[in-house]
Unconditional design. Structure first.
Length: 92
C-alpha cells in the first residue's frame, strides 16, 4: 500500500483462513497484493495449524514486505477477537 494510505481509513478487512496450504496462501496473498493498488484494506490470516505454522511464514513475508497490511494469528478465539477489535478501532 502506498504511504498516503493510513490505518485510520481502512475500507474493508479480508479474512483468509489457512490450514497446511502454503502454496495456495501465497497465491491468494499475491492476488490480494495485486488488487491492493488504490484500495485500502487490511488482511487477517487465520492459521489453523499450531504445529507447522507454514501459513505464518508465508503471511509474514507479505506483511513485512509492505505488499499487504494486516495480521496473522493462530485460530484461537481470544487472540483473534482482539485483533478484529484493534483493526475496527483503527478504521474509525
Amino acid at each position: 500500500m502506498s504511504g498516503s494510505q493510513t490505518e485510520s481509513n481502512v475500507a474493508a478487512v479480508v479474512c483468509v483462513p489457512t490450514f497446511r496450504r502454503p502454496t495456495h496462501l501465497e497465491k491468494t496473498l499475491a492476488s490480494l497484493a495485486h488488487q491492493a493498488e488504490g484500495v485500502n484494506f487490511a488482511v487477517v490470516v487465520v492459521e489453523n495449524d499450531s504445529e507447522r505454522r507454514e501459513g505464518k511464514v508465508v503471511a509474514d513475508a507479505f506483511l513485512k514486505s509492505g505488499a499487504l497490511r494486516g495480521v496473522c494469528r493462530r485460530a484461537t478465539t481470544g487472540k483473534l477477537q482482539g485483533d478484529q477489535s484493534r483493526l475496527r478501532d483503527r478504521s474509525r
